[in-house]
Design a protein around this ligand. Structure first.
Ligand code: ADP
Length: 453
């Protein structure tokens, strides 16, 4: 009776196959899995070198993806032309091949050995296939003649199957990743375009609003100007004509009226010119060393004549004020506008002008006073207070706008076109300062400007 002989290596081979398939299912990077598989194959078939070559889809040539063995690393820079060498032959025919002695086989290419110095004598090579697609070959080499058997070819083929699937998966993954990246880029590009478009839209909207505002200002400007300029001109013309026709009993009074209304006209034209220059962005402050005592002295002299009416102007100034780095012309213009308004909107009472130097402390805000312990930046605070009509709380926010005037009922038509405070606000800002207003209808108003310097 014959006893079945089980070859000793079979259980070992199975163990190796089992651990390779376990590796393939693991989270190990796929290239490392293939390297481990090739090492295992070399062990099983007793090869001294092994390699995996991949077909380049475009050119049809083969390049070494993995090469194991002495100096085999140097093969990675090498490409086998289509059909070159045993590997090229297998890739072309798709048939596994054993070469017992390469020195007797004209298909063998010596190029690999020339690079590594290895002396190949026998080769076994199998194709890697996915469906009908040949993706590469696995090749094992030995320096001895006739080492590989048909069974070794089976081993290569068995392990080559899952390796081919892994390579195909990796290629698919790469393609999917490429698609994903391209999709991501397309989405990002769309997002960029959308952001750009919304910015353009915002800009166009802003421009439209700006144009609308400019148009509104322009038509308001024309409407108000034609009316406001005509009024004093009519008065001047009327008095001039009655004087020419000698129809007037008191020519001095008529002359005084003509002079008064000419001044008004001049002031109005000046404001229009200043406001339009500011609006066009054509005004800026030129700060120089300025003597405030002299500036206020000049200002005071403008109001040193009887104002006609029941308004007293009181100057509440310290004995001496510091010199300041500021634009004296603009500061004077601001104060003059505020004083003129205070007089204009006070029928009976007092207009008080105060000036007080101070030092602003970091964090303590304006108004710390001259006695501040930590000197920081100097400023002067000017106040123009009147006991006139005052301004209703709801109206205050609009008075600094161009043509901003409170309702006619409150204002009782005292002339003016609503440019004075617009100039005050803009000039004060140009000087680096700020303007505040406190007011109570029927009681009066206090305009405060704080100018650094
Ligand atoms: P206007 O030429 O009308 O005086 P302003 O720009 O100087 O123009 O002032 C805007 C509006 O603010 C005025 O029309 C007036 O209603 C109000 N206003 C300005 N100053 C005073 C003040 N001292 N008292 C009361 N109302 C004032």
């Amino acid at each position: 009776m014959k006893t079945a002989v089980i070859p000793l290596e079979i259980p070992d081979d199975f163990q190796i196959f089992a651990s390779i398939s376990e590796l393939m299912g693991s989270s190990m990077p796929f290239k490392e899995v293939i390297i481990a598989a090739l090492h295992a194959i070399s062990g099983i078939v007793r090869a001294e070198g092994s390699s995996l070559l991949l077909v380049n889809r475009k050119e049809g040539n083969l390049s070494f993806y993995i090469a194991l063995g002495d100096k085999a690393d140097q093969l990675k820079s090498m490409t086998l032309a289509r059909g070159e060498g045993i590997a090229g032959f297998v890739a072309e025919t798709g048939a596994p091949l054993i070469v017992f002695d390469v020195t007797r086989d004209p298909r063998f290419s010596k190029r690999g050995d020339q690079i590594t110095g290895f002396k190949t004598r026998s080769i076994a090579c199998v194709p890697l296939r996915i469906r009908d697609d040949l993706t590469g070959v696995i090749e094992v080499v030995s320096q001895r003649v006739g080492v590989f058997t048909p069974r070794d070819l089976d081993v290569l083929t068995v392990i080559g199957g899952p390796i081919a699937i892994m390579i195909d998966n990796a290629r698919l993954m790469n393609e999917v990743k490429g698609m994903h990246d391209r999709l991501g880029e397309a989405v990002a590009e769309r997002r960029r375009i959308a952001i750009h478009n919304s910015r353009l839209f915002e800009q166009a909207n802003k421009q439209a609003t700006e144009i609308e505002r400019a148009n509104r200002v322009k038509s308001e400007f024309l409407g108000i100007m034609s009316h406001e300029l005509k009024t004093p001109l009519y008065v001047i013309m009327g008095y001039a004509e009655v004087m020419r026709d000698k129809l007037i009993a008191d020519p001095d009074k008529a002359l005084a009226k003509i002079i008064q209304y000419s001044h008004e006209l001049m002031t109005l034209i000046d404001s229009i010119l200043t406001a339009t220059t500011v609006e066009a962005g054509g005004a800026s402050a030129v700060k120089v060393d300025t003597d405030l005592n002299q500036l206020l002295g000049e200002l005071k002299s403008l109001y040193d004549f009887p104002l006609g009416g029941d308004v007293a102007v009181v100057w509440n100034l310290p004995a001496s004020l510091p010199r300041m780095m500021t634009d004296g012309g603009k500061l004077k213009h601001v104060l003059q506008n505020l004083i003129n308004n205070a007089i204009k909107y006070t029928e009976k009472g007092t207009v008080t002008i105060t000036a007080m130097p101070g030092i602003r402390n970091e964090g303590s805000g304006i108004g710390a006073g001259p006695e501040s312990p930590i000197p920081n930046s100097r400023f002067v605070e000017f106040k123009v207070a009147d006991t006139g009509v005052g301004i209703a709380r709801g109206q205050i926010s609009g008075i600094f706008d161009m043509f901003g005037q409170v309702e006619a009922s409150l204002k009782k038509s005292r002339g003016g076109v609503g440019l004075g405070l617009y100039i005050v606000k803009n000039f004060t800002q140009m000087l680096g300062g700020e303007v505040r207003v406190e007011s109570e209808p029927g009681k009066g108003s206090i305009f405060t400007i704080t100018i650094p310097g």
